[in-house]
Design a binder for this molecule. Structure first.
Ligand SMILES: [Zn+2]
Length: 252
C-alpha cells in the first residue's frame, strides 16, 4: 500500500515537474519583436518596415490606427519573432521579404505554379529560363519552394525578381507579368501531391507577402485561374479549392 502511494506521489511529482518546465519554456516560444519608436517614425512607417498592416499593428498595441506615436515608445510587432520562428519561413527569407523596396500598388496578384517535374531547384530553373528560354532576368518566378528533391523539402528560395522587384515571367500575358508575383512549388502535381512542408511554407510565404504588398486573399490565384491560355498548372492534385478557402478564412 505504502509502495503504491509512493509510486503515485513520484509519478505526480514527475508530471508537475514536466508541466512546470513546459510552462517555463513558454515565453521563449512566444517571443516577439519590440520596436522602440525613433524620431520621424509613424505607425504607418513602422507597419511598413515590418510588413504588417497598420490596423494589425494598432490592434496589437491597443491603439487607434490614427494614433500618433512618441519617440521612445515601445511597440510590440505582431507575428514577427526576432528569429523568424513565428512564420516558419526562417530569418533570411523573412528579411528578404521585409527588405525589398515594395512600391505601393506594385503587385496585384500572387500566382501559384508547379514545376511540372518530379524534382528541381531554383538554380536549375534559373539556368533553364536564362539559357533555353532566353530570359535575361533568369528565374521567371519570384519564389521557389522545394520538395526535397533538388532543394530542401519546404525550403523557400527568394529570387532576384523579388529582391529587385522585377516583373515576373511566369504567365502568358505580359501585362499580367508586370503585376503578378510568381511562386513555384517544385513537383509534378498531376502525378503527385505537394508535400506537407511545401504547403506549410506556401501558407507562411503567402501570409507574409499579403501583408508586405497590402494584398488580400482574393488576389491569390492558381496559374490556371489567371492564365489567358488554358493550363493545368499547378496540377490536378494541388488542393486549390481547400487552400484558397483556408487562406480567405485566415486572412479575413
Ligand atoms: Zn504555371
Amino acid at each position: 500500500m505504502k509502495k503504491l502511494a509512493l509510486r503515485t506521489f513520484l509519478r505526480f511529482s514527475f508530471f508537475s515537474l514536466a508541466f512546470l518546465l513546459a510552462s517555463l519554456s513558454l515565453p521563449a516560444g512566444a517571443q516577439e519583436t519590440v520596436h522602440i519608436v525613433k524620431a520621424q517614425e509613424s505607425l504607418t512607417s513602422i507597419a511598413r518596415k515590418y510588413g504588417v498592416s497598420i490596423a494589425e499593428l494598432a490592434r496589437h498595441n491597443g491603439l487607434d490606427r490614427n494614433a500618433g506615436v512618441k519617440v521612445g515608445q515601445s511597440l510590440r510587432i505582431p507575428g514577427v519573432a526576432p528569429t523568424g520562428i513565428s512564420s516558419g519561413l526562417g530569418p533570411n527569407v523573412e528579411r528578404a521579404i521585409r527588405g525589398a523596396n515594395v512600391k505601393r500598388g506594385r503587385w496585384k496578384y500572387i500566382v501559384i505554379h508547379h514545376s511540372g517535374t518530379p524534382n528541381g531547384s531554383a538554380k536549375g530553373m534559373d539556368r533553364y529560363h536564362r539559357e533555353v528560354r532566353h530570359m535575361e532576368n533568369g528565374l521567371a518566378y519570384h519564389f521557389v519552394i522545394g520538395n526535397g528533391s533538388g532543394m530542401g523539402d519546404g525550403e523557400v528560395v527568394v529570387g532576384r525578381r523579388w529582391t529587385e522587384q522585377l516583373d515576373g515571367g511566369h504567365v502568358a500575358s505580359e501585362s499580367q507579368n508586370k503585376v503578378a508575383l510568381g511562386i513555384c512549388l517544385v513537383g509534378n502535381f498531376d502525378a503527385n501531391k505537394p508535400t506537407t512542408k511545401q504547403m506549410k511554407s506556401l501558407n507562411a510565404l503567402i501570409d507574409s507577402l499579403l501583408a508586405r504588398c497590402k494584398l488580400s486573399a482574393k488576389d491569390v490565384k492558381t496559374h490556371q485561374q489567371i492564365n489567358v491560355m488554358h493550363t493545368r498548372c499547378p496540377g490536378m492534385n494541388f488542393p486549390a479549392r481547400a487552400f484558397l478557402k483556408e487562406l480567405r478564412e485566415r486572412n479575413k
